[in-house]
Design a protein around this ligand. Structure first.
Ligand code: TXA
Ligand code: MG
Length: 338
């Protein structure tokens, strides 16, 4: 298949919208990561998403809408969910609600809930408005690779496999949206993102975080969100993340680097001088900057062909949870506290 690869302008967005309506796949930028979109109500089109990504069929998709008025046929919007939409949409918050019959089972992997989100990106919103269809879109990476935060990443993974890629620059946030389950008695974060537990609790009074967010699932344990049980964000090299005492972390990373054949350090910007002549890649100077850079850096470590990635991690709340969730998964939960 010949993939159209074009800057997102009025003309190319019209082309993309027409392709979506025909049941084709179009990748587009959002504020979090690039998405791989199909008409969420077209069963055949949604099946192509799973094929193009190599995604297991039991992992449900997020349905993207231009605004909350598009949800009427898709799900049962509770008053609490509506408060969240008013507070955070468009934005990086995905809400799980009870699904209605119009949403095909392939889209939700047979679950009774559907994940809905309104992205905060002018290209994504223009595409959703122009196409007039709800758009099912997972991250536009091949399954198991880091989510794409630039159009070039999407091209690497999807060229020849989908109808079109809309180029729209770097994604602002860099990690995927918060997934919040609103089908139970207490709002529960299944995947942390830039809309934090603290922000949701301010609007609703309470919000919990699924405890499987920061640890591997136990044998036989059911995943609250199917995405949690699949391998994710993994670089080809083995990876360890270090947190805790600042001096000890730097000393231990240097020691392991020096003992390894071919390692690279994911270093906080201000600590790069402390690593001397060792090979470092910057992960910025704040959790927000690390979120923005992390997936790009993981792809770079693949290209460099290193065998070991040693990363400095963050401690704290809010955005730290989103960053450390991705780092821990990339490192297969090899997170060392010093
Ligand atoms: O920021 C994002 O959310 C990006 C952009 C493109 O919008 N999309 C994204 O989609 O990250 P994806 O498919 O890579 O991740 C969706 C996550 C998965 O972990 C999936 O298991 C979970 O959401 N999910 C979707 N529907 C669900 C449902 N009905 N119940 C539980 N988890 C669900
Ligand atoms: Mg994904």
């Amino acid at each position: 298949m010949n993939t159209i690869y074009q800057p997102a302008d009025e003309q190319s967005i019209r082309t993309a919208a027409a392709l979506l309506k025909e049941g084709q796949l179009v990748a587009f930028p959002t504020e979090t990561v690039y998405g791989l979109g199909a008409d969420a109500l077209n069963e055949e089109a949604v099946k192509y998403i799973f094929a193009a990504k190599g995604r297991p069929a039991d992992n449900p998709l997020i349905v993207h809408v231009a605004d909350k008025s598009q949800l009427d046929d898709l799900c049962e919007v509770t008053p609490e969910a509506e408060k969240l939409m008013d507070a955070f949409w468009p934005g990086p918050l995905t809400i799980l609600l009870k699904k209605k019959a119009a949403v095909p089972d392939v889209t939700t992997a047979g679950l009774p809930s559907v994940a809905v989100r309104c992205p905060d990106h002018p290209v994504a919103l223009a595409l959703l408005k122009e196409s007039q269809v709800p758009v099912a879109a997972p991250s536009a990476n091949r399954s198991g690779r880091p989510s794409p935060t630039t159009a070039e990443h999407v091209y690497e993974d999807m060229n020849g496999r989908i109808a079109m890629i809309l180029k729209g620059g770097d994604c602002r946030v860099g990690v995927e949206s918060t997934v919040l389950d609103m089908t139970g008695s207490v709002p529960c974060i299944l995947r942390p993102g830039a809309v934090t537990r603290e922000m949701v609790a301010k609007v609703l009074g309470s919000c919990t975080v699924a405890d499987s967010v920061m640890r591997p699932l136990k044998e036989g344990e059911a995943a609250p969100s199917p995405g949690m049980k699949h391998r994710h964000y993994a670089p080809k090299a083995s990876m360890t993340v270090y947190v805790g005492d600042h001096e000890k972390v730097i000393a231990e990373i240097c020691r392991r680097y020096d003992a390894a054949e071919n390692a690279v350090i994911l270093a906080m910007e201000n600590d790069i001088p402390a690593f001397g002549a060792r090979h470092t890649l910057s992960i910025g100077a704040s959790p927000e900057e690390t979120a923005h850079l992390l997936f790009k850096r993981l792809r770079e470590t693949d290209e460099m062909g290193v065998s070991l990635v040693l990363a400095q991690g963050w401690e704290g709340e809010e955005m730290v949870l989103a960053v450390m969730n991705r780092m821990a998964r990339a490192a297969a939960f090899d997170v060392v506290k010093l």
